[in-house]
Design a protein around this ligand. Structure first.
Ligand SMILES: [Mn+2]
Length: 235
């Protein structure tokens, strides 16, 4: 089976707090390319930004507003080819659309686990209101044009998330490999970190789809028949 994976689009309601950074028409051409070349396109979480509204804690309203702001992309994602797994910024899609928080498929003798990866973050798991308040404040910092402050907070949050470019020391990858072992998966595919990655851990493979926000484009190509797993990034 040939599968493409994209994640972390953070499609919002337009304006300065919308981190998507692409024109919808250009992005639709990228989706055309994926649809032409892959049987399935997995949307691996943080597709919609539902945490940075003018008021906090109304993610369902933000989800509808974000879709109204990007109507053609929203319609496109309803096609049968797309599989939607929610993340932490679009957690509400679990309740609204029935999007699962993980998805396992078996193809050509390989077992693949798809999960966004926020489940690894103890702040998101145990103090969700606090992490969501932080994201909401981040939205206002961007609206107020304080880009340097926003970058500083993003950097601090990155350090907190236990993400390292060294796969052997990366806590996020260690968590993902544990999840893969638990699900008996040969390959675990994640998003969340915005770092496109491929790293072998013994007989298992860790993959991260990176991000399609902030004017960046990255995606994974998985060909289970040929055993080819590619990371593609424009940054
Ligand atoms: Mn995330």
């Amino acid at each position: 089976m040939e599968i493409a994976v994209i994640s972390d689009l953070h499609l919002g309601t337009g304006g300065a707090a919308d981190g998507f950074g692409h024109s919808d028409s250009e992005f639709l051409k990228f989706l055309d390319f994926l649809e032409r070349n892959f049987e399935r396109v997995v949307l691996l979480g943080d597709v919609w930004e539902t945490l940075t509204g003018h008021w906090p804690f109304d993610p369902a309203a933000e989800l509808y507003a974000a879709r109204e702001c990007h109507p053609e992309i929203a319609r496109r994602f309803e096609r049968e080819r797309y599989v939607y797994v929610h993340g932490n910024h679009d957690l509400v899609a679990g309740a609204v659309d029935g999007a699962p928080d993980e998805f396992v498929i078996q193809a050509d003798g390989m077992r693949l686990l798809f999960t966004h990866g926020h489940q690894n973050d103890s702040l998101i798991q145990w103090r969700r209101w606090l992490s969501e308040l932080g994201v909401w404040l981040g939205g206002w910092i961007r609206r107020l044009g304080l880009a340097a402050v926003y970058r500083l907070f993003a950097k601090l949050d990155e350090g907190r998330g236990g993400v390292s470019l060294d796969g052997g020391r990366c806590e996020f990858q260690r968590w993902a490999m544990g999840a893969a072992a638990y699900r008996d998966a040969d390959i675990v595919v994640t998003g969340h970190t915005h770092l496109p990655t491929s790293e072998e851990h013994g007989a298992r493979l860790f993959l991260n789809s990176g991000t399609c926000s902030e004017r960046k484009i990255s995606f994974l190509s998985l060909d289970t028949r040929r055993g080819c797993y590619g990371v593609h990034a424009s940054y």
